[in-house]
Design a protein around this ligand. Structure first.
Ligand SMILES: NC(=O)c1ccc[n+]([C@@H]2O[C@H](COP(=O)([O-])OP(=O)(O)OC[C@H]3O[C@@H](n4cnc5c(N)ncnc54)[C@H](O)[C@@H]3O)[C@@H](O)[C@H]2O)c1
Length: 365
């Protein structure tokens, strides 16, 4: 009997609702039955990409579903593909109570979610994340959107899914580079854990040090637990601040740099996780330069990122250009750059108190 864990995410809103995150093995074959508990939809639109469709289309059988199979890649997370999804919804005559299912990694999840939020001002939305990154991070918390040529995720919405089905069996077909990109977000949680405000202390940093080999071997119990810990930490943050008025920004640890790296390289050179891993190193350096963390913690954190071999070599960027691009990031406020910086063991703070010189220095890690 395969294990199925259920995790509830409570979002405090006026019309408060919560949703389950189901984590387990071989969920695709049970998806139809599981989904029916969460939506009254008659029709479904499954949004996926060519890679996922090739591997898993036959495993996900849902009645009354039309499929829209998009090209694979971050560079397709744009207006054109959004239009393709909306056009497919219209062609399939999806009505307001119907449902869009995101079946893929974070790119598909973000785009399909934005289509679900926009089509008829909102239809039901279900996430079936198929990458580690999507299972530990992007499928939870309700941020959906597309990229603009001048910025990542510049156009989007907050739109929560009815349920998330995280089938760990599909992670076996992820290539190593994609596994690592998810692990970058996983490591992020270890470095921000104590600021997430969860009652339970997972000691996630030590957990990741201890179970690196099991994680890389995709050992099911460890993998399920890891996904559960990450989703719990994210849920704790989202529960306190769904709309990113304050605390939620800590989830962007490493991303202020990471988004710029992705933009400067046209989203084609590095995976999101590689960019975030570089960004975390840069943010750690900035913290260290500002005297916010001890040298021992700085080294220990860099060492964890090194141990997971998340990136080969950080290229040298044009610093002025890098700095200019940073201002286009959504995290800048009133023309001031805001950074999520480690300021103690597994804690971070948000600060704008950073000089241009320090930023320049932090780019050399
Ligand atoms: N909404 C959020 O809160 C949030 C958080 C973090 C990241 N994101 C977004 O997520 C995106 C990155 O997500 P990603 O890393 O999943 O990238 P992705 O969606 O591009 O998937 C990575 C690659 O893996 C392939 N793939 C997917 N599932 C597979 C499987 N089971 N087996 C084999 N290959 C598979 C995809 O086709 C793709 O080539 C970025 O656009 C980022 O902005 C969003």
């Amino acid at each position: 009997m395969e294990k199925l864990q259920t995790l509830k995410v409570d979002i405090p809103q006026k019309n408060a609702y919560s949703y389950d995150i189901l984590i387990g093995e071989n969920l695709l074959s049970q998806a139809e039955g599981l989904i029916k508990k969460y939506t009254k939809a008659n029709k479904f639109l499954v949004v996926t990409n060519e890679t996922v469709a090739k591997l898993y289309r036959s495993s996900l059988k849902i009645q009354n579903a039309a499929w829209v199979v998009l090209k694979d890649g971050e560079e397709y997370k744009n207006y054109d593909m959004l239009k393709v999804i909306i056009d497919a919804a219209v062609a399939h005559r999806l009505e307001r109570k119907d449902c869009i299912i995101a079946f893929g990694g974070g790119v598909i999840g973000d785009m399909a979610g934005f289509a679900a939020a926009s089509y008829m001002r909102g239809v039901d939305f279900i996430q079936i994340p198929t990458t580690l990154l999507a299972q530990v991070d992007s499928s939870v918390g309700g941020k959906v959107g597309i990229n603009h040529e001048h910025g990542k995720n510049m156009i989007g919405a907050f739109y929560q899914p009815k349920v998330v089905l995280a089938d760990i069996s599909v992670l076996k077909t992820l290539d190593l580079r994609q596994l690592k990109t998810g692990l970058a977000e996983v490591l992020k949680y270890a470095l921000i854990e104590r600021t997430c405000g969860c009652e339970k202390n997972f000691k996630f940093f030590n957990y990741l040090k201890k179970y690196k080999d099991e994680i890389y071997k995709l050992e099911p119990d460890i993998l399920s637990e890891l996904i559960q810990i990450c989703c719990t930490l994210k849920a704790c943050v989202v529960n306190q601040d769904e709309r990113e008025k304050g605390l939620r920004a800590i989830l962007n640890f490493g991303h202020t740099y990471g988004h710029v790296i992705e933009t400067l390289t046209n989203y084609t050179v590095f995976t999101h996780g590689e960019a975030v891993a570089m960004g975390m190193k840069m943010a750690l350096k900035l913290s260290y330069l500002k005297g916010l963390i001890e040298e021992s913690y700085y080294k220990k954190s860099l060492d964890l990122i090194e141990q997971y071999k998340l990136i080969d070599k950080i290229p040298s960027f044009d610093k002025e250009r890098f700095y200019d691009e940073m201002f286009l990031d959504k995290k800048s406020q009133n023309g001031k750059l805001r950074f999520v910086l480690p300021n103690g063991l597994y804690t971070v703070k948000i600060t704008a108190d950073v000089t241009k010189e320090q930023i320049f220095q932090s780019l050399d890690v």
